[in-house]
Design a protein around this ligand. Structure first.
Ligand code: AMP
Length: 486
């Protein structure tokens, strides 16, 4: 993860979305890690890294770009020997997209080697970093994860295990971590469990992964989710579990179900695809529209559109085709190119749309770029009416816990009410799922029916973990003097 001053893909202060993976005790540890990272590619496409351990030495390979481009070569896999390995996929925007920020990070501690990969975002990383630098720590990256490494290195405790707990007691934020020492692989989920992490089995070995789809790709068996606040230590003696933090109510990121996780994954035992279908059904109940056809904005709107169509009894058609050879819209670095990206990415299937009243379903509207372009395309294809239905509440707040979202003022719903957005996007009607409806679709009675089970800050503005650096106004300023491009 990156220490970021402010959210936003366009700023040169990147935030990240990430995937983590680890293998313990398997002859093909590095090859399995490559496959696992490939399955988790949707969580981060900018860079990837693997660190392996052969019983004596650690080996690493880090690269900018997608996993397939950089890790499919036999020679790379051979350069990562050993029966344990951990890996990381990273997505940030521009600026600090440099190799020294690519994880897993590695350090030689007094106790031996230590490698770590992080999905999430620490909210007090700047404050901690400043204190550590004053104590003489030399930072090599601008990632928030490195703060954890220095806290472990400088801890007064004895074992790595105790030092890790000591370090985690000082950090605030969202984190799912996979780490490796000379003698153990470690998985950690923050006390609220904002980001997912699962434990799996392969033969006699163990796997840690952000999502279950990464277990499936290697034929590993799902054992269980790592619990919020849990530290899982995998060593020669098997798996040990520590729960060093006082128990707190879980707050899994609800956006994992809406958009982020892969639909074939199960997060906390709920299948993401099925959850998205139920979200679509709820949306149809809450926000019906008279129409001839329900069309998803592919791929993110597909399961919700299916659910909507089923519930509304309106036929589902793949009225928009997505070209899969273009990266995600969001990865285009500037607004100008982002517009172009949408055109490159989608095309309307005219025959299905001409003369029809169309309900377009997408999982979320962020800046509104995608929907505006698609609505125009669908109108040009001859739709008689276009109704937009969004399978989440309006995205009004930035995420500071590891999902890349723009600055608040770039979020369409933070600046406009639904009426205005309807005009801006150019639709005949626009409606969102309510927050209570979202909770209902996920098996709860409502947002505030009990203690909320999810982190929904991007929709509610209610941040469950303190934004320490931000509340201290510490969101700006250079972290490294080193000018580096790649
Ligand atoms: P926008 O064009 O900015 O409104 O983006 C909306 C589209 O981006 C939707 O189709 C979403 O599926 C997708 N999306 C939402 N959140 C993210 C994210 N954090 N990263 C990448 N894509 C996203």
């Amino acid at each position: 993860m990156q220490i970021s001053e402010a959210p936003g893909r366009n700023s040169d202060k990147p935030r990240e979305e990430c995937g983590v993976f680890g293998v313990w005790d398997h002859a093909d540890a590095a090859a399995l890690t490559v496959l696992g990272l490939h399955a988790l590619q949707h969580r981060g496409q900018e860079a990837a890294g693997i660190v392996s351990f052969d019983g004596e030495r650690f080996h690493s390979h880090h690269a900018l770009g997608e996993v397939g481009e950089n890790f499919s070569d036999e020679a790379v896999i051979r350069s990562l020997p050993g029966d344990r390995a951990i890996g990381h996929n990273r997505y940030s925007t521009t600026g600090d997209a440099v190799l020294r920020n690519v994880q897993p990070l590695f350090a030689d501690l007094a106790s031996g080697g230590f490698a770590i990969g992080h999905n999430g975002n620490l909210t007090n990383a700047r404050r901690l970093r400043r204190a550590l630098v004053e104590r003489g720590c030399l930072f090599h990256s601008t990632t928030d994860t490195e703060v954890i490494v220095h806290l472990i290195a400088t801890s007064a405790k004895d074992s790595v295990e105790e030092r890790l707990v000591d370090a985690l007691e000082q950090v605030v934020g969202a984190y799912s971590l996979v780490a490796m020492t000379n003698t153990a692989m470690i998985g950690v989920r923050d006390p609220l469990g904002v980001r997912p992490l699962v434990l799996g089995r392969i033969g006699g070995g163990w796997i840690l992964a952000s999502e279950t789809c990464a277990l499936d790709i290697i034929g590993a068996e799902y054992v269980r989710d790592v619990e919020p606040g849990e530290i899982v230590l995998i060593g020669a003696g098997g798996v040990r579990s520590l729960a060093p933090f006082p128990p707190r109510p879980k707050r899994l990121c609800v956006f994992e179900y809406i958009y982020f996780a892969r639909p074939d994954s199960s997060v906390e035992s709920v299948n993401v695809y099925e959850a998205r279908c139920r979200i679509g059904e709820e949306l149809a109940r809450e926000q019906p529209a008279a129409a001839d056809v329900v069309v998803p904005i592919p791929d993110s709107g597909v399961p919700a559109a299916l659910g909507y169509s089923r519930e509304a009894g309106i036929p589902y058609e793949i009225g928009i085709i997505r070209n899969h050879y273009v990266g995600r819209t969001f990865i285009e670095p500037t607004d100008r190119i982002r517009h172009l990206g949408v055109k490159l990415k989608h095309n309307a299937n005219r025959n299905l749309i001409r003369g029809k009243r169309v309900i377009l379903v997408d999982d979320s509207i962020v800046r509104g770029t995608t929907s505006t372009k698609i609505v125009e395309m669908v109108r040009n294809a001859g739709a008689s009416e276009v109704h937009m239905r969004v399978a989440s509440p309006p995205t009004t707040h930035s995420c500071f816990y590891g999902v890349d979202t723009p600055e608040r003022n770039e979020l369409l719903a933070a600046r406009h009410d639904v009426e205005e957005m309807m005009r801006l996007i150019g639709v005949d009607s626009l409606a969102y799922l309510s927050l209570d409806g979202l909770y209902r679709a996920l098996g709860e009675r409502g947002r505030d029916a009990g203690a909320p089970r999810f982190c929904d800050a991007c929709f509610s503005g209610r941040y469950p973990i303190p934004l320490v650096d931000r509340s201290e106004g510490d969101t700006d300023g250079q972290l490294s003097l080193l000018a580096e491009t790649r």
